[in-house]
Design a binder for this molecule. Structure first.
Ligand code: GSH
Length: 209
């Protein structure tokens, strides 16, 4: 199995955390999606990370489809689940959706800066709308940490809402940590720090290549 990945993408990190929590440890093959790596071009028509190439050659793309595959192949209750119990799953997915909306806005902003000068996009109506998505997503999740986390969340396999919220928090610090508009989200910060006790979270923190 080959996981085509980079060291910064929050989508890669969601897939990697879910894989490790399911017990699937695949050392990532680091590629630069922007350099049209031939392996990534061949496996993924969209040339994006993460892309997981299965042992039989089947390529899986899109972080949440990789999570779906993990849940199908290693289902609960025999295996740890990142979706929670049937009673929990709607809440888990609802909160994960908040985090994913903010992650999408965040990545959209970073990618658009590649084609325009930073201020040109960031201060446009669409850029400000993306910023609002990041701020509101962070603030809503901060208010929901007690629902998600409970006592010692680091001692349990994280559900997708916790994974996505922690990935969002760390990515915002990585990309926008010096920005005055970034809201203080102390509960989310504490959750992100606590979750670093889990190898899946600690070993996947975003870093420049
Ligand atoms: N919806 C996709 C998004 C993947 C994505 O946008 N990956 C970025 C890195 S954060 C990428 O590879 N971008 C290269 C490109 O857009 O050409 C997922 O969930 O996996």
């Amino acid at each position: 199995m080959q996981l085509l990945a980079n060291t910064t993408s929050p989508f890669v990190r969601i897939a990697r955390i879910a894989m490790m929590e399911k017990g699937l440890n695949v050392e990532p093959t680091v590629v630069d999606p922007w350099a049209d790596d031939a392996r990534l071009r061949a496996a993924n028509a969209a040339t994006r990370v993460p892309t997981l190439v299965l042992d039989d050659g089947t390529p899986l793309t899109e972080s949440l489809l990789i999570v779906q595959w993990l849940e199908a192949i290693w289902p609960a209750p025999a295996h740890p689940t990142v979706l929670g119990s049937p009673e929990q799953v709607a809440g888990v997915l609802s909160r994960a959706g908040i985090a994913l909306g903010a992650i999408e806005a965040s990545v959209h902003t970073i990618i658009t800066r590649k084609v325009t000068a930073p201020t040109l996009f960031d201060e446009t109506p669409v850029g400000l709308r993306r910023r609002r998505s990041m701020i509101e997503g962070l603030e809503r999740l901060d208010a929901l940490v007690s629902v998600m986390g409970g006592d010692h969340p680091e001692r349990r396999v994280p559900t997708l809402d916790i994974i996505a919220a922690v990935v969002l928090y760390d990515y915002q610090q990585f990309r926008y940590g010096d920005q005055a508009w970034l809201p203080a989200t102390p509960a989310l910060r504490d959750l992100a720090v606590a979750m670093r006790q889990r190898p899946s979270v600690a070993t996947t923190l975003p870093r420049a290549a």
